[in-house]
Design a protein around this ligand. Sequence first.
Ligand code: SF4
Length: 314
Amino acid sequence: MSEADPVLTPHKRKPDWIRVKAPISQGYMQTKALMRRLNLATVCEEAACPNIGECWTKKHATVMILGDTCTRACAFCNVKTGMPRPVDPLEPEHVATAAAELGLEHIVVTSVDRDDLPDGGASQFVKVIEALRRETPSTTIEILTPDFRNKSEAAVEAIVAARPDVYNHNLETVPRLYPTIRPGARYYASLRLLESVKRHDPSIFTKSGVMVGLGEQRLEVHQVMDDMRSADVDFLTMGQYLQPTPRHAKVEEFVTPQAFSAYAAIARAKGFLLVAASPLTRSSYHAGDDFEKMRAAREAKLASTRNPSEVLRG
Ligand code: SF4
């Protein structure tokens, strides 16, 4: 491909705060070998996540179910697009085996979009949750689902009934940028999905994330925070968008760590139970530790509403 190809946009040079370690540890190699042996895809690899060295060294991997091929082609995402293979009936057992062998206290399970399936893949999420509860009952479960376009109500109902501990669905960006960045999705449909999780079961933690650096304005990000809070989202994650290949949407800005701290302060003031905002924050980054923090924050909040004077004295 020539340099003059108008389809390609050059990678912007990454600032120092984005640099990460190369993935060469023994833990990394073991995690990789296990995923291949069980025929499991991971979003860590498919999305070219910059944290893979750190996470896999600690044997934290985010499993991507329903295959490795997505029916959509979002401008920010590195996952392969095309006609997916049939659903693997062994996948739920393999996910449970991976969780057991990695000794996971908390697992994050995500998927590609499967607009080709009548239920969008919801029943496979349910089977994975059931297999995990059976095989590794002490592992807490976080799912990161697609928007289940045009079938989200039934999908959410089925998945919520299986009782994951955390239901995550990312809004990804501000509504103005949806037509270019997430053309197959609708901002308000995603918001309604998050709201309907809480409507079906208020005890399930909800979580959502946005990428910054795609050309969004600060006040637009604040509005997204307000929208999430109106859907009663508990946990906000914010990270820097990185262009996976020259064919993907280009980075408009590298947001500084100081600007991330300012976003985090605003988000906390808006009432999220937990906020993770830094250049390398990703949906599943430190998900296990953050789950414990979220649980503690909810306990503290409940205690304060039960007995405000205790909290004031404490
Ligand atoms: S941050 Fe999430 S996607 Fe990235 S390597 Fe860690 S577990 Fe995988």
